[in-house]
Write a protein that binds this ligand. Structure first.
Ligand code: SF4
Length: 358
């Protein structure tokens, strides 16, 4: 599927990024990295949600030192996010970071970059060259303005510098908060390089605007076969970033994780509180990994029809709910018991699917 612009393969810890490997979903903690317990707890919640690679901010030496303890307590690779201070990059690598993210333009000049690259080489960990529209080099800004061409030029220049230093274990990100700039920049760079690409829209916003921007940008690129790993950035709990990431991958037909819920928008025919029911079901399925299709419908007009395509469905009646499995009505239950009864059926179905897979 994902072979339109085949990239080379790198490894972030044990996670392959590039080639025909599945697009991995990553996030970034928003705890203080120095608060080891809070950071580990958040990463564990993110892993439950499906996070495959985690990035942590490294603003000072204490944060860099915390990496080894955090790494030992989690099961996914950890990336150190570094700005400005090359010494933090060196320390993070020594402390076991599985990759680092730097903007070579703000790490303190050629010699310092060389030291960082040397250290990455010694530990053979990938460097993400992260360029963003807010920090383009002056000459590039003057020549191209803050444009997709400028972002691409800056990334390629920085990558070439590291390649010249003898290191090619790299991936690239081009971040802009503008959706169209993001799409154009990645399309352009994918024609010019085969390094793996990390997709994301930066400062995308809260849940609704951030989800829409990321879906349009990442969705378009993924449909073009561009992108090897991704982060949806939201002004929200990072777990939401993971859920949105998987929904984008599901919608683009690239990956599935956990249940898909089809629910109707409701209309004048709906006689139960469907919003509550749909929200509650959505909440409960979040940590389930088995792919299922669940239909949550307001009435029997479309309910049973949709439920036929789903593994399990519920449709509202007058103060009651009808639970369907395929063509069969399993039960009719009062509205108060609907969530629990439906959930019981979901659990049974999961058990069935899991035992069939054994
Ligand atoms: S399933 Fe029923 S309640 Fe929902 S939108 Fe369709 S007709 Fe309306």
């Amino acid at each position: 599927m994902k072979n339109y612009n085949k990239t080379r393969i790198i490894y972030v810890g044990k996670v392959p990024v590039g080639g025909n490997h599945p697009v991995s979903v990553q996030s970034m903690t928003n705890t203080d990295t120095r608060d080891i317990h809070a950071t580990i707890a958040q990463i564990r919640r993110l892993i439950e949600a499906g996070c495959e690679i985690i990035r942590v901010a490294v603003p000072d030496m204490d944060a860099a030192n915390a990496i080894s303890v955090i790494k030992n307590a989690i099961s996914i690779p950890i990336i150190a996010d570094i700005h400005f201070d090359w010494r933090l990059a060196i320390k993070s690598i020594e402390k076991g970071a599985d990759a680092i993210r730097i903007n070579p333009g703000n790490i303190g000049g050629y010699e310092k970059l060389q030291k960082v690259v040397q250290k990455a080489k010694e530990f053979y960990i990938p460097i993400r060259v992260g360029v963003n529209s807010g920090s383009l080099e002056k000459d590039i800004r003057e020549k191209y303005g803050v444009t997709p061409e400028g972002l691409v030029e800056s990334a390629l220049r920085n990558v070439a510098m590291i390649v010249d230093m003898g290191y090619e274990n790299l991936k690239i990100s081009l971040k802009s908060s503008d959706v169209l700039t993001t799409i154009k920049a990645y399309r352009l760079i994918s024609q010019k390089t085969d390094f793996p690409l990390h997709l994301g829209v930066t400062e995308a916003g809260g849940l609704v605007p951030g989800t829409v921007k990321s879906s349009v940008a990442l969705g378009s690129l993924l449909m073009d076969g561009i992108g090897d790993t991704m982060r949806v950035s939201l002004t929200r709990d990072p777990e939401e970033e993971i859920y949105v990431g998987y929904e984008i991958l599901r919608a683009t037909g690239l990956r599935k994780r956990g249940p898909e819920i089809i629910s109707c928008p409701t209309c004048g025919r709906c006689e139960i509180n469907l919003f509550n029911l749909a929200d509650e079901i959505e909440k409960r399925v979040k940590t389930i990994k088995v792919p299922l299709k669940l239909a949550v419908m307001g009435c029997v007009v479309n309910g049973p029809g949709e439920a036929r395509e789903a593994d399990l469905g519920v449709a509202g009646g007058k103060g009651i709910g009808i639970i369907f499995k395929g063509e069969k009505i399993l039960k009719k239950v009062s509205e108060e018991n609907l969530i629990n009864e439906f959930w019981e059926e979901v659990q049974k179905l999961i058990d069935e699917k899991e035992s069939n897979n054994k």
